[in-house]
Design a protein. Structure first.
Length: 382
């Protein structure tokens, strides 16, 4: 049972605490002993089950109100603690439909959000390209207007849910201005897009390279105004940035619990590993890292929900600290497990792989540092 004392912090309302309980119960009933034998089938099933349980409603706008970031973060922390794949299935429904929630028309929201929330439609966010990742302003995929249609040509890569999605929220160049000023966002039904290659990564989930070969979509498939795509992409990423940290926190908390349990049970000399001072020092550092991440995450999430402050620096700090420190916490847990720590089937081994990509996607750690530093410098006196 994870430490849940943080739920008493003032960032939360009673509704958040009830949600945390419901998530915990759902995970206990649905995540234990779940193996991803067939990844696509498993992910589709998880999306449907999370939808049926009502949790995917958290991922989408409710009328004009934006998703509640504290609820998203609680969900991701709890799901990640129990199952990386369940967290992935949940998170992508939010990221993939986020632009529609934040900037979609009433019709777009009506068409897509209920299906995303029920798990009937699987969402994907298609920004990265073979020649452009961190530097999203350089997107080369183009969308040209042809009468009542847009024609999209280009390639996207490392697209999560690639191959199983029902639509790809796609960013393409429409040319209203240079660089970031000439991008737009579109809802592209998956059947129009070619999956060129499935990509196998260290912690597998559906991931693909996609080709847009003169894909024709109606004029009203654009989200927001032409030329607003970069802002739409960045605001969507900013909404979910804290929640990447929350997933990392779930992994780290699980690693700490695995380490505690292992240290208490593993014989070492006349006692156990837990009796050893070096082990205790490690455990203390792990607990400190976990608590610091939780404070940063729930502070940033609370700021985002309450509004009135620009929380970009806080969100970047939360993502940066939680993902980087989770890697260190998990590494300590692996080390403490000795040979068992690198053995397939042992939880800390999969956590070691699960955490890695979070330091790269949705803004690599270096990019988060840049966001923080620029914000600091903006406010600094000369
Ligand atoms: C598992 C996984 C899932 C993904 N899912 C999606 C998805 O669903 N949709 C999507 O659009 N993309 C997705 N991506 C792509 C991801 O967002 C990119 O990998 C990420 O933006 C980095 O881009 P890149 O790989 O091209 O690396 P590059 O941009 O080439 O950067 C390489 C490295 O350079 C460093 N770097 C980059 N910028 C700076 C800087 N400004 N200052 C200093 N150093 C810097 C960082 O260490 C970075 O890791 C996913 C990636 C992975 C691994």
């Amino acid at each position: 049972m994870p430490d849940r004392s943080f739920l008493a912090w003032p960032f939360f309302t009673p509704a958040h605490r009830e949600l945390a309980d419901a998530l915990e119960t759902w995970c206990a009933d649905n995540c234990a002993d779940r193996y991803a034998e067939e990844l696509d089938t498993e992910c589709r099933a998880l999306v449907r089950e999370l939808g049926a349980a009502g949790f995917l409603k958290l991922c989408v706008a409710d009328g004009d109100s934006r998703p509640d970031v504290r609820s998203l973060a609680l969900a991701r922390e709890t799901l990640a603690y129990n199952s990386a794949l369940a967290d992935f299935a949940f998170a992508m429904q939010g990221l993939g439909s986020g632009a529609i929630s934040l900037f979609g028309t009433v019709e777009q929201k009506r068409e897509w959000l209920p299906r995303v929330a029920s798990g009937q439609a699987i969402a994907a966010f298609a920004m990265t390209e073979p020649e452009c990742g961190s530097d999203a302003a350089n997107i080369q995929t183009s969308a040209m207007r042809d009468g009542n249609e847009w024609v999209i040509v280009g390639e996207k890569t490392y697209i999560s849910n690639g191959g199983i999605a029902d639509f790809y929220l796609t960013f393409a160049r429409t040319g209203e201005g240079e660089g970031s000023r000439g991008l737009s966002a579109f809802i592209v039904p998956a059947e129009l897009v070619t999956v060129e290659e499935r990509i196998d990564v260290i912690a597998p989930h559906p991931l693909a390279r996609l080709k847009y070969d003169n894909v024709r979509i109606p004029a009203d498939a654009i989200v927001g105004e032409a030329g607003e795509g970069f802002r739409i992409g960045m605001e969507t990423l900013n909404l979910f940035r804290v929640t990447v940290g929350a997933a990392a926190l779930g992994f780290a908390r699980r690693a700490l619990d695995e380490a505690l349990s292992y240290a208490k049970n593993r014989r070492l000399g006349s006692g156990t590993l837990a009796d050893n001072a070096v082990t205790q020092e490690k455990l203390a550092d792990m607990a400190l890292a976990v608590d610091a991440s939780a404070l940063l995450i729930y502070r940033a999430a609370w700021q985002q929900d309450e509004g009135g402050v620009d929380n970009r620096r806080a969100a970047a700090m939360a993502k940066l600290h939680a993902t980087e420190s989770a890697q260190a916490v998990i590494d300590s847990a692996v080390q403490m497990h000795g040979g068992a720590g690198v053995t397939r089937g042992v939880k800390v081994e999969s956590l070691y792989r699960d955490i890695r990509a979070l330091r790269i996607y949705e803004g690599a750690s270096e990019v988060q540092r840049q966001i923080i530093a620029r914000d600091l410098l903006k406010g600094a006196s000369t």
